[in-house]
Design a binder for this molecule. Sequence first.
Ligand code: P70
Length: 462
Amino acid sequence: MVESSWPQAEPYRIKVVEPIKLLSRDQREKALERAGLNPFSLKSDEVFIDLLTDSGTGAMSDNQWAGIMLGDESYAGSRNFFNLERVVRDIFGYPFFLPTHQGRGAENVLFPLLIEKGKYVIGNMHFDTTKAHIEIAGGRGVNLVRKEAYNLDSEYPFKGDMDIEALVDFIENKGQENISFILMTITCNSGGGQPVSLENMQKVREIADKYKLPLFLDAARFAENAYFVKKREQGQKDKSIPEIIREFFALADGCTVSAKKDGLVNIGGLIGLAEEQEELYMRAKERLVPLEGFVTYGGMAGRDMEALARGLYEVQEEDYLAHRIGQVERLGKKLMEIGIPIQKPVGGHAVFVDGKTWLAHIPQEQFPSQALCIELYLESGIRAVEVGTILAGRDPETGKNVMPELDLLRLTVPRRTYTDNHMDYVAEAFRRIDNRREEISGVRFAYEPKILRHFTARFARV
Ligand code: P70
């Protein structure tokens, strides 16, 4: 591993390259008009550096590509399934495993088995598809992350932690019989890729036991979370990453995982269940077949299961994680040096820019971070994503726009895909925008879909 006083050279060399092109300013303007000022509707060929998401956008290793050639595409009993099952048992310690096409597939299979109509699912902070699946299953999602999460300047090291006092209060107030289960998202994506400490997870387990509530992990970024625990949490530095991961999963009754993140694959997901959950496993298996696919593939090709089995080991390597987390942190530092307000400390998979503060002249009703996304693309061909007022949607009861405290732009860094020169280009784009940021105008909806509106909406300038 490269010592931290050295330049953080990538712990890999590049064997295959994928050319990317920067369109002219004029071409970018036309592309964005056609896309209704929504970066989701851009063609990827129109994007130079794509920081929309870290989901399924990373690069696989030579070892994973070699695994692709060993794909066994049998409908039933694929050898890649049994290999992946062995790996899941080894890494997470769960005997029961079901493959799904991606994370939301796992949610769709599992959640209706855990949720009763009108009951609450308490989380640190639910991710948006997760919240949607809680609601589709008739439940109500509640976020009880600790209050530091809402303070962008707080350097608290575990801003993904559950507020333990609030958790107890909530259970006592609503009554334990009105709660379906507790879900801890590691790292806490909607909270800015902020980690959850092992100590907090232990406390949540104690409370779950006390009130007899199931406890699950939404574990898309489980390895990044473990790395933060090793680096930041007292008493954890001598443990290995695999040990920390094991401890986390041992504290839960099971997990849903989007493998498109720390699985280091382009598509895939899984459900894992602990020893005591055999009955739940049997019921989930029954739902898997009509919803996702037969039990030994569940929506994944054999070759994809093999790549995932290998990715799950690679992601735990400490030099990989040090570079991964370090690259995101370096981008954050560069933006801070220019004076751009960002969330601190920098999260695991993304830098979150405080659009609402930086573009304070744009009222929140005119979506400042979306306006910034648009400007960023026009300036530089970079695609980012709004995580703010548009994403928050409307209150289902009043129909009014929810005005979240935070209105951010997310620069999400795909794994093993871009170099630090790409990150320098990103920082330079912000420096250039900074000089004339007061000229940027807000936007309004030209077309607003009813659910998950951010994906397909169209906008117009105010
Ligand atoms: C992201 C993507 C997906 C996700 C997650 C957690 C903690 C479940 C899922 C669902 C989604 C996204 C957002 C904006 C633009 C593009 C994509 N997160 N739990 O980037 O998993 O996508 O596999 O169904 O983060 O944060 P899946």
